[in-house]
Structure formats: structure tokens, C-alpha cells
Design a protein around this ligand. Structure first.
Ligand code: AQP
Length: 333
């Protein structure tokens, strides 16, 4: 039976990229798939320095964001990674399965470590092995993610395959990434070749889930574009990354295909299209940030949801970890 797992790092405010590339699709899958497990991956977040108070707050805020976007803690399992020790335990096994050379090829490591890779944490280097453990400790079949995570999902399959091969078992499934829809890669509003990211130094490059209506409208008004009006058909967007990005965002927010959007807005000038996009973004996002703020007032309730989710997650993960230990030859498993 299909089982969905995915996660987001509580490493700062959430962006429109996280919302469209991940959260909104988590909600769609909650309706379609029997078992959905969504994690706040706090152990991934600390691969780069996090202030402890901010980490705790961002974890609770992310939980509030999940619920405000439409996840139901009774239907989906919501929890933070560090509460289920099986993730770290399986990650160690996978550290011993994965090869240094595989990790060295990861573009996210290269991007995040920058020029001074010797100074990056060992955790940042091993990040994809922990991610493989997150996924495989539930025998997950499908992982909804943005385009940027594709390489890590391929590595997860490589780890599963090598484990199965080395121990002569057919134990870990080959998990499928689910990368679909108009907004699998939301780009920066200032540079159509860079992804929209919470760590971009320019706040004008992204829309935060907590931005108010005026700020959202301003950011869209100032978004970089070219001087031409929108083309009449989707093909005309191919060499126009900034225009394509705004159309993709419009399509994803309005649950339409890019083709349908082009029928509606093709030929319009940006001076006409941008206010339409701003109105749509405000209409979709403002209720989420409002609801998030409301949920954040009851921290005890958020902590209760996370603890309950962790119990349910552990109930699935523990027997899979036990079986893994038996396969590996750990006495007492
Ligand atoms: N721009 C994006 N477009 C589509 N999907 C995106 N995701 C992130 N940015 C975009 C998806 O959101 C999920 C969780 O991401 P994450 O927070 O775990 O890590 P990230 O990809 O590192 O997020 P950021 O915003 O880019 O943070 P920083 O700047 O700290 O690296 C994933 O499914 C991801 O694909």
C-alpha cells in the first residue's frame, strides 16, 4: 500500500516556494493516500548553525504552518524528527552503506558548503544519508518534494539498493519521488535563474508565508520581468525565466494548468498581470498566515500534536529498525 513521507526544515520562515513545492502538495496527498507522514526535520536544520530558541520556535511555527495549510493531525502524522530516535539510528547504518564519493557529488552540499568546504559540518555532508533514513524507516513508497531534492531522492534509492544487495535481502523499497505540478521549482523574484529560498539575503527575492497583503503586492510589483507583454501561448515562455516563473506561480496558486492560465492572461502587459497575481497570492496566503498566528498562541496544543505524532511515527518505524538491526547482525535487536 502507498505510504507518503516528506519533511521541511525548521530553519527560518516559510516561503511561497516551500508552500507550492511542498506543503500544498502534502495537503493534496493527504486526501488521496491512506497514510501520510509529514515531519519537521529539526536534525537536518542543525547541519548549519541554528540558535536554540529560534529552532524551537521555527519547529512549532512549521507545525502551525502545516495545519494552517490544511493538514489534519488526525489524518496525517505530524511530528518533529528528533522525537523519533529511529531516524538517527537508521542514519548511522546508512552512513556505513553510502560511499564518500556519492556524497561528494551532491549539488546541495556544494552550494551550502560554499568555497570553504573544510569548514562545513560533517552533518551537512552526511545530510542525504539521514534523509534516506527518514524516508526508508517507514518503508515509504512516495515522497512529494520540489525539483531541488531530486538528486537526494536518487541517492536514497542507491542506498536502498546497496543495502539490499550487500545483505542479500529485498527489504528496503525503491522510493519514488513525486515532483509534479506547475511549481516544482519556484524561482527568486529578483533572479529567474535562482530558486526562491529562505536563506537568500534579499527579502525582496521571496514571498514569506507571514508577509502581509501590502508586502506581497509590493514584492510582486517589483519582481524582475522583461519589457515584453506575456506571450499568447505557453511555448513563448521558454526563454523568459522571470515571466515563466510568475505564470507558474499563478497556475499553481489557482490550481490550473499553465495552458489554461495562458488562455486567460496571454498577451497582457505585466502592469496588468502583476496586480492579478498579487490579488491571487494575497487571497491564498493571507488566511494561512492568519491561521498560523492563531495556532501559535496555544503552544501546549502544538507540543501535544507533535508528541502524539511522534508516538504514531515510532510505532511504524520501530519494527522496521529492529528488522534492519537483525539483518545487519546486531545482537539483542
Ligand atoms: N523554490 C522552491 N520551489 C519549489 N519547492 C521548494 N522547496 C524549497 N524551495 C522550493 C521544497 O520545500 C521542501 C522543504 O525544503 P527545506 O526547507 O527542507 O529545504 P530547502 O530546499 O533547503 O529550503 P530553502 O527554502 O531553500 O532553505 P535554505 O535556503 O535554507 O536552503 C522541499 O521539498 C523542497 O523541495
Amino acid at each position: 500500500t502507498p505510504r507518503v513521507f516528506s519533511g521541511i526544515q525548521p530553519s527560518g520562515g516559510l516561503t511561497l516556494g516551500n508552500y507550492l513545492g511542498a506543503m500544498k502538495r502534502f495537503v493534496d496527498m493527504q486526501e488521496d493516500v491512506a497514510e501520510t507522514i509529514y515531519c519537521m526535520v529539526d536534525m537536518h536544520a542543525i547541519t548549519v548553525w541554528q540558535d536554540p530558541d529560534k529552532l524551537a520556535r521555527a519547529t512549532r511555527e512549521l507545525c502551525a504552518g502545516y495545519i494552517a495549510s490544511g493538514l489534519d493531525p488526525d489524518k496525517s502524522i505530524l511530528f518533529n524528527q528528533s522525537q523519533v530516535a529511529e531516524h538517527a539510528q537508521l542514519a548511522w547504518i546508512f552512513n556505513c552503506v553510502a560511499r564518500m564519493g556519492w556524497m561528494q557529488r551532491m549539488t546541495q552540499f556544494k552550494d551550502k558548503a560554499g568555497k570553504n568546504a573544510q569548514n562545513a559540518s560533517l552533518g551537512l555532508f552526511a545530510y542525504p544519508a539521514l534523509m534516506a533514513a527518514d524516508i526508508l524507516v517507514y518503508h515509504t513508497t512516495h515522497v512529494p518534494v520540489g525539483e531541488d531534492q531530486k538528486q537526494h531522492l536518487e541517492l536514497t534509492r542507491d542506498i536502498a539498493m546497496k543495502f539490499n544487495h550487500d545483505y542479500g535481502v529485498d527489504f528496503f523499497p525503491l522510493t519514488e519521488p513525486v515532483i509534479e505540478g506547475a511549481a516544482t521549482r519556484v524561482m527568486s523574484l529578483r533572479d529567474g535563474s535562482k530558486k526562491m529560498s529562505k536563506s537568500d539575503p534579499s527579502d525582496m527575492s521571496r514571498i514569506n508565508l507571514t508577509d502581509d497583503a501590502e508586502t506581497i503586492a509590493k514584492k510582486i510589483r517589483k519582481a524582475k520581468t522583461d519589457p515584453e507583454p506575456l506571450p499568447s501561448e505557453a511555448e513563448g515562455l521558454e526563454d523568459r525565466p522571470e515571466a515563466r516563473n510568475l505564470v507558474n506561480i499563478y497556475a499553481a496558486l489557482s490550481d490550473q494548468s499553465v495552458e489554461a492560465v495562458m488562455r486567460e492572461v496571454g498577451g497582457k502587459a505585466f502592469s496588468e498581470f502583476k496586480p492579478m497575481l498579487a490579488d491571487l497570492a494575497v487571497a491564498k496566503m493571507a488566511p494561512i498566515s492568519g491561521e498560523m498566528a492563531k495556532l501559535m498562541q496555544d503552544q501546549a496544543e502544538i507540543d501535544r500534536i507533535l508528541a502524539d505524532g511522534a508516538d504514531r511515527a515510532r510505532a511504524i518505524a520501530a519494527p522496521i529498525l529492529k528488522k534492519t538491526y537483525e539483518i545487519v547482525g546486531m545482537v539483542g535487536a
